[in-house]
Design a protein around this ligand. Structure first.
Ligand SMILES: NC(=O)c1ccc[n+]([C@@H]2O[C@H](COP(=O)([O-])OP(=O)(O)OC[C@H]3O[C@@H](n4cnc5c(N)ncnc54)[C@H](OP(=O)(O)O)[C@@H]3O)[C@@H](O)[C@H]2O)c1
Length: 251
């Protein structure tokens, strides 16, 4: 039996990488999926791949009025939501001494402030018994050079997820986080590094996992499916590391 039959799921940043793979997985499991993104062309490309059980809505996570409007549109057109995957995010790296206020604000506004208010604004239109999933990262568990703002944004998100789990528990809404290790997605091409630096970073990250490889978006989509579905019915306030063993690798 399909794990998300007749469920409505919203995936922010669902037009690329982990979000897109998760949208495909959720649809295969019977869900109707609403994806968001900042760029209509990217959304339209994704919708071609996703087919009739997907809808795209333009919404910049960093813009709270977009999120308010997103929730209003979904509520009016589709009713209540069962699964919210707060996935939209950016990964920009810089040494702390070179981190400007603008750089700090861009990441925090999307990865932390945007994610915070996305979850907050969806609470009233979530069904009781629903599931909220945050996409965090292994990077804040370790001291990864250059990841100061990124790691802080995601560590804040994990802390928030635990508090939110407590506050929505009376409605049987579960809140969990998936913390991926290195996953092969377009996010690396958006970091602004030259190809040689990206190749070197990729080799170093692969070597640091126990499994000696990058994860795939599908690896994370399977974790998101577990957290979205009844398979995780007694799991809330949890973080699932999907990092290929990076965190425990001391060799
Ligand atoms: N790949 C990894 O190694 C890795 C590891 C740990 C955690 N993560 C997390 O996984 C999540 C997904 O990343 P990914 O690797 O799949 O990268 P990706 O392919 O670049 O996907 C990111 C998605 O987020 C969307 N997005 C970014 N800023 C947005 C905004 N302001 N408003 C709405 N949508 C926005 C992007 O859409 P547009 O830019 O087209 O609008 C895109 O759909 C991120 O939160 C990331 O931090 C990734």
């Amino acid at each position: 039996m399909s794990k998300l039959q007749n469920k409505l799921a919203v995936i922010t940043g669902g037009n690329s990488g982990i979000g897109l793979a998760t949208a495909k997985t959720f649809i295969q499991e019977g869900a109707k999926v609403i994806i968001t993104g900042r760029n209509q062309k990217n959304i339209d490309e994704a919708l071609k791949e996703l087919g009739d059980n997907a809808v795209g809505i333009l919404a910049d996570t960093a813009n709270l009025s977009h999120t308010t409007n997103l929730v209003k549109q979904i509520s009016e057109k589709f009713g209540k939501v069962d699964v919210l995957f707060v996935n939209a995010g950016i990964a920009k790296f810089a040494p702390i001494e070179q981190t400007t206020e603008e750089f700090f604000d861009e990441t925090i506004n999307i990865n932390l402030k945007g994610a915070f208010f996305t979850a907050q604004k969806f609470i009233p239109i979530l069904n009781d018994g629903g599931s909220i999933i945050f996409n965090t990262t292994v990077a804040f568990h370790v001291g990864m050079g250059g990841a100061g703002v990124y790691a802080a944004s995601k560590a804040g998100l994990l802390a928030y997820a635990k508090v939110l789990a407590t506050e929505v528990a009376p409605r049987q809404i579960r809140v969990n986080s998936v913390s991926p290790g290195p996953i092969a997605t377009p996010i690396y091409d958006k970091m602004g590094f030259p190809q040689e630096a990206l190749d070197a970073m990729g080799a170093a990250l692969s070597a640091k996992t126990l499994l000696k490889r990058f994860g795939t978006s599908e690896d994370i989509a399977k974790v998101a499916l577990f957290l979205a579905s009844d398979d995780s019915s007694f799991v809330t306030g949890a973080e699932i590391l999907a990092d290929g063993g990076m965190l425990i690798n001391i060799s």
